[in-house]
Design a protein around this ligand. Structure first.
Ligand code: ZN
Length: 53
């Protein structure tokens, strides 16, 4: 899947994508940016994407 990577400041392909549950039972997907290796979270409910760093 593709998502916005904060480190790259652009949309990148994610690898190692897995489903995670955030605080308050928000479902999200977590992946690793194929370019810089940063962890990227993609929230399902909101279109909010942020880096773990
Ligand atoms: Zn990146």
């Amino acid at each position: 899947m593709k998502a916005y990577c904060v480190q790259c400041a652009k949309e990148q392909e994610l690898t190692d994508v897995s489903d995670v549950t955030m605080k308050e039972d928000n479902k999200a997907s977590k992946g690793v940016c194929a370019v810089c290796g940063d962890t990227v979270f993609v929230l399902s409910d909101e279109e909010m994407i942020y880096s773990q760093k």
